[in-house]
Design a binder for this molecule. Sequence first.
Ligand code: ADP
Length: 279
Amino acid sequence: MIEVQSISFHYQHDWVLQDISFKIERGGFVGIIGPNGSGKTTLLKILHRLLLPQKGEILFDHKPLQKMSRSEIAKKIAVVAQENYPILPFRVEEIVLMGRSPYLGRLLFEGKKDLEIAQRAMEWTEILPLRERYLDELSGGERKRVFIARALAQEPEVILLDEPTANLDIHHQLDFLDLILHLNRERGLTIVLATHDLNLASEFCDYLILLQKGRIYSLGPSERVITQENIEKVYGCKVWVDQNPLTHSPRVNFLRRKDHPDPLSKSLKSPPPLPKPDE
Ligand code: ADP
């Protein structure tokens, strides 16, 4: 569906992304991970042509993204950016309706169909009861749902999410990712999300892209990407990677430097035994 072919990008002088190539299959759930400054946000911006790479090309269904119009792209790719948007003086319903703008005519009036689609997007994200409220009256988790609803109102094929779970507690992180997983599995939306949270990425994504200083260090299913060696090399810190005992996804455990100066020492060669349920 999306084919990224050897793209490189710089803002000023230094390359921020170099020779990046990968494919995203229709219906995939892809995570982009990597340390701060490794290029995740920049890559997401390039994927919806907010930025143009100086080298390489991106194809959407075999068509160069560069040859597609803004509204053509907006009908296929929606974006939920990091939570640094200004608090807009709009009601929830008005914000969700903004997602219809690629479909509106010159006069920018919404029709019955646009209102129905916005209503459905609010139903799917369970924010209908909030429709009359202003954005600044909502919690962080509710606001995230509003921006997902706006993205859904675009009726896209792909949703790009930048750090969607930052600032949410674990309950709201899981609620949010369950919603995204539902949209992916039940509605067939392709999901690409950039995140710092390695364990959530490991648990939810089918495919991961690990960036290091603007280059792809590793890509593939989480078992291939989230390994102790990869995480220690790319993040430059000691971790212990084992498996979630229930889901078998790789799990990254932090180690205090003081207690475990060498996590590969003999005593930690194999994970400690799991406690029995009645212990
Ligand atoms: P990440 O999302 O992984 O933290 P970013 O894509 O935000 O990484 O940043 C990658 C690099 O690009 C960083 O070195 C950052 O300082 C630089 N950068 C990001 N945005 C800009 C910008 N608007 N102008 C110049 N440099 C930028």
